[in-house]
Design a binder for this molecule. Structure first.
Ligand code: FE2
Length: 361
């Protein structure tokens, strides 16, 4: 095992349990600086109608922004939301709260950072480029699997690349995990997002950067995913609780290990086709039987058990230029290949092989 030196931050405050969302006002109270200050709530547009809207503990000066997540988060939208907030009041918000799936949580994290760091968020895509910690960040998942609620990155599509703003400051300060919130998610969306977590665990456990710390989280995460997606007669409420914790543990695992081949390919797919992360992972993982034989076999069993049919031929209509860009995007994610195959990964990983894999998707 290789123990790469790391000294990283964790989530500072963590609340878990059914009904926890209804304690949000209480949870935010210590962060509110006074009656004149405000909190920004970024909420998935899907909740614009429905009961959740009424349960958001809005104070008079608070700002509520409905976020569209039809496409993956972009640096352009982060900058626009940031500008909207800065023109809303003379002072910074006391907190930025993201309520939604991985995309909304990533928006909340990125915007909270960009409120105090000058320029465009595209300038900060990379490792440790952020200089100021930003505003207090709260993540409340309504879909489970991405691990965004516990990750030190916020993955954005920029003009030149799909890459995270990764640093200690990106880590959420407060997490609220209420399994009731993921109950109504559409079946396929729940599956694709859940598989992100399964794949995080699988990639962490099979790469060269694995270690006792990441293994411990990944193993439990994987076991919970199996119960959720392969279990017989699983109580749906219990399954939601397990999935929520599996996602959290999967995120913890990645922090001290790394994602692998599937994520590298998935980033390539998303950069060119704007495919949502969970779905892109599933499309990529489906063709990785030579790299993750046991995982792919189990993934197929999960697809069947959950009655989900993956789209095929997604790369069929691509031009040579688009395919080159897809290959190039994936190939550049050196840390993922390094984790998957070791320092000599270039001996095994050729752009032609990546291209062949894409053409089978
Ligand atoms: Fe992921």
């Amino acid at each position: 095992m290789i123990y790469t030196f790391r000294n990283f931050k964790n989530v500072a405050f963590f609340a878990f349990g059914r009904g926890t969302f209804d304690r949000l006002d209480e949870i935010l109270a210590p962060r509110r600086k006074g009656t004149d200050s405000y909190v920004v709530f970024l909420v998935d547009q899907v909740f614009e109608s429905g009961g959740l809207r009424e349960r958001i503990p809005l104070h008079e000066k608070d700002k509520l922004i409905w976020v569209s997540v039809e496409e993956e988060p972009t640096t352009r939208m982060v900058d626009l939301y940031r500008d909207e907030i800065l023109s809303y009041a003379d002072s910074l918000p006391d907190a930025v709260v993201g309520i939604g799936g991985g995309s909304v949580m990533d928006y909340a994290k990125a915007i909270a950072l960009m409120l105090t760091n000058p320029g465009s968020s595209a300038e900060y895509q990379g490792l440790d480029l952020i200089k100021d910690p930003g505003v207090f960040k709260v993540c409340i998942p309504t879909l489970s699997g991405t691990g965004a609620e516990v990750s030190m990155t916020t993955v954005l599509l920029g003009p030149e690349k799909k890459l995270g703003i990764k640093c200690d400051y990106t880590m959420p300060d407060q997490v609220v995990l209420d399994p009731d919130l993921i109950e109504g998610a559409p079946r396929e969306q729940r599956f694709y997002t859940g598989m992100d977590c399964y794949i995080h665990a699988m990639e962490c456990l099979t790469g060269t950067w694995r270690n006792a710390y990441s293994d411990a989280f990944a193993e439990k995460s994987l076991a919970l995913c199996r119960e959720v997606f392969l279990g017989e007669g699983e109580d749906p409420r219990e399954a939601d609780e397990k999935l929520m914790i599996a996602s959290y543990l999967g995120g913890m695992s990645v922090t001290y290990s790394q994602v692998g081949v599937c994520h590298a390919l998935s980033y390539g797919l998303s950069f060119v086709l704007h495919t949502r992360h969970g779905l892109a992972n599933c499309i990529a993982f489906n063709r990785l039987e030579d790299v993750y034989p046991d995982g792919v076999k189990e993934f197929h069993a999960m697809l069947e058990r959950q009655g989900v049919v993956l789209p095929e031929g997604v790369t069929a209509g691509l031009s040579d230029e688009q395919l080159d860009l897809m290959v190039d995007t994936a190939f550049k994610l050196e840390h993922m290949w390094d984790h998957a195959f070791g320092k000599a990964w270039r001996d095994k990983v050729r752009p032609e092989w990546i291209r062949e894999l894409f053409l089978r998707m």
